[in-house]
Design a protein around this ligand. Sequence first.
Ligand code: NAP
Length: 314
Amino acid sequence: MSFTGESVASAANNPVLITGASGLVGSALRAALSTKGRSVVSLVRRGASGKNQIHWDLTTAEPPDARAFSGRFSAVVHLAGEPIMGVWTAAKKRHIYSSRVDGTRNLAGYLAGLPGELRPEVLVCASAVGYYGNRGDEVLTESSGAGTGFLPETCVAWEAAAQPARDAGIRVVHLRIGIVLSSAGGALTAMLPAFRFGLGGRLGRGNQWMSWIALEDLVAVIQYVLSNASISGAVNAVAPNPVTNADFTRTLAGALNRPAAIPVPSFALKLLPGGMGRGALLSSARAVPEVLSRLKFGFEYPTLEHALQHALVT
Ligand SMILES: NC(=O)c1ccc[n+]([C@@H]2O[C@H](COP(=O)([O-])OP(=O)(O)OC[C@H]3O[C@@H](n4cnc5c(N)ncnc54)[C@H](OP(=O)(O)O)[C@@H]3O)[C@@H](O)[C@H]2O)c1
């Protein structure tokens, strides 16, 4: 693969490089781009197979074979990271942090070091609404400050780690993603078994806000920021209608036609290892997509009812 010397104007036809391409978001993005005829290359941690994969474990500073980057990627979408779900042991928290912060630093440094004509025009990095921390009823826009605690500190360092790319003139977008709703994986599939058995319930008092986005809308947001050269910096990738956990619970149970009468008490969640209960499940983030709304981005699934109905039939 060699695109050296191609003009910037034709670079939009060059492949998109995706990290974390095997994950929930990456798989859907790959499919969407391929459907539109865009060529996609995946950066994989384990043995690469075929010409559409490049091997590099981003957490090691050791860069891939230079030949892998001998062609120009029009864009890089960086989604890789140790899953947040699971038991937050000390080792798991280290992996959550370093897979994002070291991985982004190594990737951004590598892209910044490429000769100018090989640098991608844009680097879209995943981040999360976890950036804002536990903020009660406060409405959170991209200009709201970061919160405190493990997830906000991880997100702040994660976003900062892309600085070398910014310094090299690459347009960098940080998508502060809410809970991605899909029946293909993620938080919704983790919740579904309990709710299907009528054993679902609010977490604690249920007054914590949940910012969410349908998977299809997130994939559309990624394509939108890829092609919109005026967008850089933080973008809240959330639907315009966040809900409280109690409302989320009621709406999901309603969509499944099941009761949701068994709340999980706060004290039990606070006993979860590594502070996951307080740091994630009970944490309140009422984020709104101010940047996307200003640009009149059209969400296909702006309300939770609509998003859940869609997710549960696909
Ligand atoms: N899903 C959500 O609700 C949500 C919400 C907020 C933010 N986000 C962020 O959006 C990004 C994509 O989310 P997703 O739901 O698609 O994640 P996912 O399904 O967990 O996939 C993430 C991908 O990252 C790679 N990965 C896993 N563990 C890793 C590790 N220890 N070190 C390096 N890479 C690792 C894997 O790809 P390979 O095996 O191919 O390398 C995996 O497919 C993540 O950074 C996530 O934090 C997601």
